[in-house]
Ligand binder design. Structure first.
Ligand SMILES: Nc1ncnc2c1ncn2[C@@H]1O[C@H](COP(=O)(O)OP(=O)(O)OP(=O)(O)O)[C@@H](O)[C@H]1O
Length: 241
């Protein structure tokens, strides 16, 4: 579904992604993990066609995403770290607006999701009056309402309560079971552990590890390999070259 080949990204003279290559199969949930400033958001923005890499190739479903972003955008649902819904509109108005952009007329599935994620009581409230967690849920919902094949979520559940996180995790697992490919960045080791089949570990713009969770366990040095949650939580300490 996704192949990166020698991708680098510079902001001005500063290189923040160094020669990144990996391939992700369809239906896989990959956790993108690393300490602050590792380059996770930059990598996800490049794959989501929010900005081009400085060099290298990003192939999504057979198309060259950097050269022709329009060819792949309909395949991608991107949930940015920042809340990207309209604060002055209600939940309902936001959903109707993004549904219209996506050419989606039947809103029943989205309304059901609002019920399950406890957004219905807030349906007619302006977003600015919602809690941070509810804004985040709406952020996820509108980014995915065009039914994309590739879901790119950048720390989507910050501030969301544990029960709602679990609902979101099981929803994403269901989508992966249906064949969607998911890239998921988070600092929450437990959430990652519940969700991910594979991991992509980054530090200082370099890809230190990409592979299935079973192989990551072997890769993690003692004592962190005693608990997988600990090893993810302390990734910044052991992920050295
Ligand atoms: N627009 C920008 N201009 C210049 N430098 C930037 C820009 N965006 C990010 N950076 C720098 O690029 C590096 C990688 O940042 P990025 O946000 O991709 O890391 P991250 O792993 O997502 O971090 P976090 O976990 O804190 O979200 C950091 O050193 C950051 O300061």
């Amino acid at each position: 579904m996704i192949t990166l080949s020698h991708v680098s990204k510079k902001y001005g003279k500063k290189t923040v992604l160094h020669d990144i290559s990996f391939s992700v199969q369809a239906g896989e949930i990959t956790g993108v993990v690393g300490p602050n400033g590792a380059g996770k958001s930059t990598l996800l923005k490049c794959i989501a066609t929010m900005m081009p890499p400085t060099s290298g190739l990003i192939i999504i479903d057979g198309s060259n995403a950097a050269a022709d972003p329009q060819a792949v955008r309909h395949l991608i649902g991107y949930v940015p770290q920042e809340i990207a819904v309209y604060q002055e509109l209600t939940v309902k108005q936001n959903i109707e607006f993004f549904a219209k952009l996506a050419g989606k007329r039947d809103l029943r599935a989205i309304q059901e999701r609002c019920e399950e994620w406890q957004l219905m009581p807030h349906y007619r409230k302006k977003v600015k009056h919602l809690s941070g967690g509810n804004q985040r849920k709406l952020n996820i919902l509108v980014a995915l309402l065009h039914d994309p094949q590739l879901l790119i979520l950048d720390e989507p559940t910050v501030g969301i309560d544990i029960a709602a996180k679990q609902e979101i995790v099981s929803y994403l697992k269901q989508l992966a079971y249906e064949g969607k490919t998911i890239l998921y960045s988070s600092h929450d080791a437990q959430e990652l552990q519940m969700l991910c089949d594979s991991y992509l570990i980054m530090k200082e713009g370099e890809l230190l590890f990409y592979g299935p969770k079973e192989r990551l366990r072997q890769h993690v040095p003692y004592p962190y390999n005693q608990s997988f949650t600990d090893s993810l939580a302390h990734v910044g300490e052991w992920a050295n070259r």
